[in-house]
Write a protein that binds this ligand. Structure first.
Ligand code: PMV
Length: 314
């Protein structure tokens, strides 16, 4: 039996994080320079039916049988077996690797799920269609995040820019003119479930104030979509700044993120904001490629532990 290899990209949210959990639109794009990979090979000498799973990045090396229902990687594999109405799999060894930083808002958990679900279903002879891959990855995201909006599994499964509204059919986005982003990592891991939970409690305490902020983010995201589709991406900078201010007001930024945002702006970025759950993880800056080196240098001086340059729509 041939070795099956399946990959899935990272992602970054451009607009609409948090508000998307409450029904507002969000925009996210894949990052193809980062990826998760699942490699699956039949183990002809293995115990019949034994699935061995190793993911050294997260210190996992065990058999599927021994892994708890709450283990997200095991849940992805069990989800495939159940979708295919199978009780067991031929004996195999599954290796998972990823270049996507963990808990940094770059979609690492969803990318691992998508790579595993695609690879394992192909290994079993029934590659699942995208819609089912995305749905299964969503159910695994719930283990990580509690109440995820579904944006991560969607953008990563389809590997295309998406305009995402919870519960609505997928809508991909045409990038009329490519633009450049510098992504900078605070180096502070920040589990999304915590910030999502904090926003929920704050919304419960002050529903009107939070609803107003979510609605403003929704307007910003709709304008961003028009700008992206009409090929005037420089205008996204102002919208990124406005979206960041609202995220600060929601309580999900941090001194480190704010400092990287203002550093990028002072160094010439057209706009900048935190991306993803917040508190730690990454910020994104809209940059002119000719200024990107200076911006990267400034971000590094002010504490960014990693920067990634990406062309969106190129
Ligand atoms: O931290 P990330 O990139 O996985 O993004 C979380 C985005 C939120 O809107 C905060 C939560 C969600 O499920 O959409």
């Amino acid at each position: 039996m041939p070795v099956i290899t399946s990959t899935a990209p990272g992602k970054i949210i451009l607009f609409g994080e948090h508000a998307v959990v409450y029904g507002q639109p969000a925009i996210a794009v894949p990052i193809n320079s980062l990826h998760a990979k699942a490699t699956i090979r039949a183990d002809i000498h293995g115990t019949p039916g034994q699935v061995r799973l190793s993911a050294h990045d997260v210190g996992l090396d065990d058999t599927l049988k021994n892994l708890s229902p709450n283990n997200p990687l095991a849940a992805a594999l069990r989800g495939v077996l159940s979708a295919l109405e199978l009780d067991s799999s031929p004996s195999c060894i599954i290796r998972v690797t990823s270049t996507i930083p963990i808990a940094a808002g770059l979609g690492s958990s969803a990318a691992i799920s998508v790579a595993l679900i695609r690879g394992f279903s192909a290994f079993l002879g029934h590659p699942l269609p995208d819609e089912q891959v995305s749905d299964l990855a969503y159910s695994v995201e719930k283990i990580h995040h509690g109440t995820p909006s579904g944006i991560d599994n969607t953008v990563i499964t389809y590997a295309k820019p998406v305009y995402y509204v919870r519960g609505e059919p997928i809508s991909t986005l045409t990038i009329a003119k490519p633009f450049s982003l510098t992504i900078a990592d605070t180096g502070i891991p920040s589990p999304t479930s915590i910030t999502v939970g904090d926003v929920r409690r704050a919304w419960e305490a002050e529903p009107q104030r939070y609803e107003r902020m979510f609605a403003k983010v929704g307007e910003i995201t709709r304008s961003a979509r028009n700008i992206i589709e009409s090929g005037l991406p420089d205008r996204l900078g102002l919208l990124m700044d406005q979206n960041h201010e609202l995220l600060v007001e929601m309580g999900v930024s941090s001194p480190e993120l704010n400092s990287l945002v203002s550093t990028a702006k002072h160094a010439g970025a057209l706009g900048a904001k935190l991306s993803g759950g917040g508190r730690g993880g990454n910020m994104i800056a809209l940059v002119k490629p000719n200024l990107s080196e200076e911006i990267v240098q400034a971000l590094r001086e002010y504490g960014a532990v990693r920067t990634i340059f990406t062309r969106v729509g190129a």
